[in-house]
Design a protein around this ligand. Structure first.
Ligand code: ZN
Length: 311
């Protein structure tokens, strides 16, 4: 018995203890490995592809907006707050992340606690309040950034690119003019290159057509919508139950831009924005599609968020 160990035998006793403990540890470790290997599949199963597309909406924060930059007055508006939304399309043949937020996940230190983040840009600063990281929300929906098939950004502004580096394994769908601006020696205002630098070496498809059919069946289509930035784009998702939905990018920010016909002060080509808006309006009407304005705080608040989804 180990209790009976005396000085002369101490070394041996110790070694016996060591041997017995080692065996115990080895057994525990083996059970642990077994549980872990079972657990990987049992607890976190890879989601089966759905039969038709699903659209997940993630809460990527609330941005404090300045009406003057949108040619609006405070008294004309329901709220000056803007939602920041990120979206995941899960198609039978792959996945597409659309926009990646305003705050990098690395800066989210406490999940589930809404925190006000100060974002310092080259010529400006912004405040974004955020709860969960994008990574956490993706995981709740059963996905991981490294497994996503395609990444597309509506455009290059910081509040759409924050977690782009996480999707460097995906194939990047981008227009040449937008990519050129993103990696120019002097990037445009409101760009935070460090948030998307890794995409530079990603597998990339340079989108040339006005309409780019992501999965080849017409259900998920990136549409060219220039004006806000040169390569700005919007996303059409045809959902079996919900119907066709068009994600706006920043074609509009506030719903009052649409109702009061205002164009932001900082669009790269305001006249082109107006032409694009007219073309998109005609498209929406013809296809009976709904426009989801990504920054529309009130409309976005009413949407169900991941892990719930639209199909
Ligand atoms: Zn934006």
């Amino acid at each position: 018995m180990l209790l009976g160990c005396r000085s002369a035998l101490r070394v041996r006793c110790r070694s016996m203890k060591t041997v017995r403990l080692s065996a115990l540890y080895a057994t525990v470790a083996a059970i642990g490995v077994l549980i872990a290997s079972l657990g990987t599949d049992a607890v976190q199963p890879r989601p089966q592809p759905p039969k038709s597309p699903r659209l997940y909406v993630f809460d990527c924060g609330t941005l404090e907006g300045d009406p003057a930059r949108f040619n609006l007055k405070r008294e004309e508006m329901a709220t000056t707050d803007m939602s920041v939304a990120c979206y995941l399309v899960v198609h039978p043949n792959g996945t597409l992340i659309w926009d990646t937020g305003a705050v990098p996940d690395a800066e989210v230190t406490s999940e589930n606690q809404r925190t006000r983040h100060h974002i310092v840009l080259t010529n400006a600063e912004r405040y974004v309040t955020l709860g969960k990281s994008l990574k956490h929300q993706l995981a709740d929906a059963g996905h991981a950034a490294g497994d996503i098939t395609y990444v597309a950004l509506s455009h290059y502004h910081y509040d759409h690119t924050a977690n782009s580096n996480e999707f460097a394994n995906a194939t990047w769908l981008v227009r040449q003019v937008e990519r050129d601006a993103m990696f120019a020696e002097k990037p445009p205002d409101l760009v935070q290159r460090a948030t998307f630098n890794a995409l530079r070496n990603s597998k990339t498809v340079i989108v040339k057509a006005d309409d780019y059919d992501v999965f080849g069946d017409g259900s998920v289509v990136i549409k060219w919508a220039p004006g806000h930035t040169p390569g700005h784009q919007v996303l059409l998702v045809k959902l079996a139950r919900t119907g066709p939905v068009l994600l706006s990018g920043d074609l509009y920010h506030y719903p009052e831009e649409r109702t009061l016909d205002r164009v932001p002060t900082f669009d790269t080509d305001p006249a082109q924005t107006r032409r694009t808006r007219a073309a998109i309006d005609a498209f929406l009407k013809k296809n009976r599609a709904r426009l989801w304005i990504q920054h529309d705080f009130t409309a976005n608040a009413a949407l169900k968020k991941a892990p719930a989804f639209y199909d």
